[in-house]
Design a binder for this molecule. Structure first.
Ligand SMILES: Nc1ncnc2c1ncn2[C@@H]1O[C@H](COP(=O)(O)OP(=O)(O)OP(=O)(O)O)[C@@H](O)[C@H]1O
Length: 223
C-alpha cells in the first residue's frame, strides 16, 4: 500500500531521515515511535504525500509519488485518512459540518444515515450540533478520527491521536483504531506512549517501528 525504498528527507540540507525502507501491507497495524523531534510527523507526511522524499523512492498504492500529477495526488490522498497531531476545526461550523468537510469540499453528497452511524461509532451522537470550541480534548480527537474515516479510506495514519487525553480516553481511541483494523483498514499510529503500545498487544497483531538516529528500525520485544 505504501512502500519506501531507501527514502530520505531533509529540511534545508540537514538529513532528518535517511535510508528509510518499509512496506506497509494491507490490513497491517503499525506503531511509530521515537523521541520528540526524531521525525515521526515528517515520516507520516512522506506517507501521505504532503512531502516528497529528497532521495530514494516512495510508492503509494503502487505508484511512484514523483510521477503523480497534482490531481492524481489529491485522488490518491483521499484513500488515506489522516488524524493530525493538532486537530484543527472550523470553529464557526457545527461538528457535523466539520466531520463532513472532506466530502463536501470535493462536492460529494453526505448520506445522513451514514453520518449518524459514524457519530454514534465515535460516541459523539449527542454533539452533532456542537461547535468545536464546546468539545473536550477527547471529543475533539474522536471528531478528528470521524473526519479521517468519512471518505472510507484504505489507510489511516494517526499522529499522536491520544496526545492530550487521559488513559481511559486513549484506550477508547485505541479500540476504535483496532476496530477499523479489524474491518480491514491499514493503520499506523505515531505515539510516544509506550503504555498504549503495550495495551494494544492484547488487542491486535501490531508491529512497532522506531525512528532513532535518523533511521527507521523495527523495535524489539523490549517494550
Ligand atoms: N517545516 C519544517 N522546516 C524545518 N524544520 C522542520 C520542519 N518541520 C519539522 N522540522 C524539524 O524536523 C524535526 C522533526 O520534526 P517532526 O515533527 O517530524 O518530529 P516528531 O518526531 O514528530 O516530533 P514530536 O514527537 O515532538 O511531534 C524537528 O527538529 C523539527 O524542528
Amino acid at each position: 500500500m505504501i512502500e519506501l525504498k531507501n527514502a530520505a528527507y531533509n529540511y534545508g540540507g540537514r538529513d532528518l531521515l535517511s535510508g528509510l525502507s518499509l512496506k506497509l501491507s494491507p490490513g497491517s497495524f503499525h506503531f511509530l515511535t521515537g523521541p520528540s523531534g526524531a521525525g515521526k510527523t515528517t515520516f507520516l507526511k512522506l506517507c501521505y504525500m504532503e512531502l516528497q522524499a529528497t532521495a530514494g523512492q516512495v510508492n503509494v498504492f503502487g505508484k511512484d509519488v514523483t510521477t503523480l500529477s497534482r490531481d492524481e495526488i489529491a485522488k490518491t490522498r483521499s484513500r488515506i485518512g489522516v488524524v493530525h497531531q493538532e486537530c484543527k476545526f472550523l470553529d464557526h461550523l457545527p461538528l457535523t459540518a466539520n466531520v463532513c468537510l472532506p466530502l463536501t469540499a470535493t462536492g460529494r453528497e453526505v448520506n445522513p444515515d451514514d453520518l449518524r452511524d459514524l457519530l454514534a461509532w465515535v460516541g459523539l451522537d449527542g454533539h452533532a450540533d456542537s461547535l468545536p470550541p464546546q468539545l473536550s480534548g477527547g471529543e475533539r480527537q474522536r471528531a478528528a478520527l470521524a473526519r479521517a474515516v468519512i471518505m472510507a479510506p484504505d489507510i489511516i495514519l494517526a499522529d499522536e491521536p491520544t496526545g492530550n487525553v487521559d488513559w481511559e480516553m486513549s484506550q477508547r481511541l485505541l479500540r476504535l483504531l483496532v476496530e477499523l483494523n479489524k474491518m480491514g483498514k491499514t493503520i499506523m499510529i505515531a505515539t510516544h506512549d509506550l503504555n498504549l503500545i503495550r495495551a494494544a498487544k492484547n488487542q491486535v497483531n501490531s508491529r512497532v517501528l522506531r525512528i532513532s538516529n535518523h533511521k527507521l528500525q523495527l523495535a524489539g520485544a523490549d517494550l
